[in-house]
Design a binder for this molecule. Structure first.
Ligand code: NAP
Length: 243
């Protein structure tokens, strides 16, 4: 199996933690970013400083032409693809469904659903005749529903759970495993727009009584990519401190 990995949204948050941890595990990592060029280069620098292999690759994952170009660029620079971590995501405008703004709703669907499908499609096409692994980063909200402020976001993540189940069945006979990690509340900039007291209240509802770290999600993702998870496909692994 090739050890070339694309991590979408790899410049910061959970994606950056995954890129760094995967490089430690021997993956040559393509760190995808949309706007955070400097931060993607910083992740690449950290990987190279530790003796790993990495490149930064710009692409908006919601755009088909950019996704295809990104995978072409990765294979040209690093070699044949071996894995994909579908991670790039947005939450959109928080609020109840009755206040949802059409264009913003479409952006969340485009990035969180269309983007994941496009990247998964490219990965599966390029893994023709070879084994590989895909990990989709979904969310615990896919099951919790996100009532009050994040139903639109939760629904996109439920779509990703179903993508995982369906695609894993399609490609398992070819030796491609597709799994999903469902983080709970993890300390990243995705929560930047939420008041601190809201997060503190959520923390009380988490059985482990704390918000998670990106590195804790990265461990689960990299394990699912690895041969240690060789008989696991179509799994939805919750990393939510018990919630
Ligand atoms: P984050 O810190 O806000 O990072 C989001 C990442 O997605 C950034 O690297 C951003 O890249 C990238 N991105 C957004 N739109 C993109 C696009 N169209 N094309 C390419 N990249 C794009 O968020 P995070 O918490 O690390 O979230 C990572 C994933 O985990 C998301 O799918 C999120 O839904 C999921 N998740 C997070 C939590 C949590 O509590 N943090 C919980 C459950 C699930 P640029 O900066 O370059 O735009």
């Amino acid at each position: 199996m090739s050890r070339v990995l694309v991590v979408t949204g790899g410049a910061r948050g959970i994606g950056a933690a995954v890129a760094l941890r995967a490089a430690q595990d021997g993956w040559a990592v393509a760190v995808n970013y949309r706007a955070s060029a400097d931060r993607a280069e910083e992740v690449v620098r950290q990987i190279r400083d530790r003796g790993g292999v990495a490149v930064a690759v710009q692409a908006d994952t919601s755009r088909e032409d950019e996704v295809v170009r990104m995978f072409d660029e990765v294979e040209r620079k690093l070699g044949l693809l071996g894995g994909l971590v579908n991670n790039a995501g947005v939450v959109g405008q928080p609020g109840p469904v009755q206040q949802i703004d059409g264009p913003r709703l479409r952006e969340v669907l485009d990035v969180n659903v269309v983007g994941y499908f496009l990247c998964a499609r490219e990965a599966v096409r390029r893994l023709e005749g070879r084994s590989g692994a895909i990990v989709n980063v979904s969310s615990r909200l896919a099951s919790l529903g996100g009532a009050g402020e994040q139903v639109h976001y939760a629904a996109t993540k439920a779509a990703i759970d179903t993508l995982t189940l369906g695609l894993s069945g399609e490609v398992a006979p070819r030796g491609i495993r597709v799994n999903c990690v469902r983080p709970g509340i993890i300390a990243t900039e995705i929560h930047a727009a939420r008041p601190a007291d809201v997060l503190a209240n959520v923390e009380k509802a988490i059985p482990l009584r704390r918000i998670g770290r990106p590195e804790e999600v990265a461990e689960a993702v990299v394990w699912l990519l690895s041969d240690k998870a060789s008989y696991i496909t179509g799994a939805l692994l919750d990393v939510g401190g018990g919630r």
